[in-house]
Design a protein around this ligand. Structure first.
Ligand SMILES: [Zn+2]
Length: 280
């Protein structure tokens, strides 16, 4: 499942390759699951629009589109050139591929946007947990961007919360886009056990955690950055580097710092990994 750093990498790759291109046509498959806006609305919103930029909001890919209104609306107030957003969430197995029209249309292709440059932007998702939608206004997934959160904002999010800190980190209404792997890795670096109640953490521990979350995400983005072009190609995941995990997925293996076996527990249905010696 792509997490925030992977989505950031994908977004940078897309922004580099499709910004300033224009969507000339849209084909949408018959499967309804990935469509969070009606197919006709998605098609009408995308067609004829110029891609102004591609950016990230939490784990969502956001295409800012500009162009003439194609809706039949006769409202006199609707502007001639409005900015709309196309939102793609990759879910578990979704990916965006930039293809040539002659490339084979692989199974589970749900949307094809034809570009004026002659290429195609395709959305492929075998398990269909991904989501496609269009928004007339600024899309807001809720929560604060973890990489933009100031120390004060971060402290305010968690102070006084009775839930385990790991659950609070995964709560998308607080921080958007921190997933299971990066939550475990951040807690390890900050020396905090996943089950600790957020409210029991000192100011200093929360400060450490704030730094750890940003550090882990930035390192992962830096690693992903080297494989941008491969990632968005038709073959998808090829060449994508992963951050060297220190605790995640290393249950019973020795802690890289103190050699104590890493412990795995299940917290709100997700596996959590920590070192019982390094994390308090
Ligand atoms: Zn340790």
């Amino acid at each position: 499942m792509p997490e925030l750093p992977e989505v950031e990498t994908i977004v940078r790759g897309l922004d580099k390759r499709v910004t300033a291109d224009t969507i000339t046509g849209v084909w949408i498959g018959s499967r309804k699951q990935p469509l969070k806006s009606p197919a006709a609305t998605i098609a009408a919103t995308l067609e004829g629009k110029r891609i102004l930029r591609v950016h990230r909001a939490g784990k969502h890919i956001v295409f800012d589109l500009e162009g003439p209104e194609r809706k039949k609306s006769t409202k006199p107030s609707s502007p001639q050139n409005s900015i709309v957003q196309w939102i793609v969430h990759l879910g578990m197995t979704g990916r965006m591929a930039i293809c040539a029209p002659s490339d084979e249309i692989v199974k589970h292709t749900h949307l094809i946007a034809t570009l004026a440059s002659g290429r195609e932007l395709r959305f492929i998702d075998p398990r269909m947990f991904g989501k496609l939608s269009v928004h007339a206004k600024q899309f807001d997934p809720g929560g604060i961007e973890p990489l933009e959160a100031t120390e004060e904002q971060f402290l305010a999010l968690f102070r006084g919360r009775k839930t385990p800190i790991k659950s609070a980190l995964l709560n998308q209404k607080l921080l958007r886009g921190v997933g299971n792997i990066y939550a475990d890795e951040s807690l390890f670096r900050a020396g905090i056990r996943p089950r600790r109640r957020a409210s029991s953490l000192t100011r200093d521990q929360l400060r450490k955690l704030h730094r750890a979350v940003q550090e882990v995400l930035r390192e992962a983005i830096a690693l992903g950055g080297s494989s941008i072009s491969d990632y968005v190609d038709a073959d998808g995941e090829e060449g994508f580097f992963q951050l060297q995990h220190r605790v995640y997925g290393r249950a019973a293996e020795p802690c890289l710092v103190c050699k104590t076996p890493v412990r795995r527990i299940v917290l709100i249905g997700r596996s959590s990994h920590y070192c019982p010696k390094c994390q308090k």
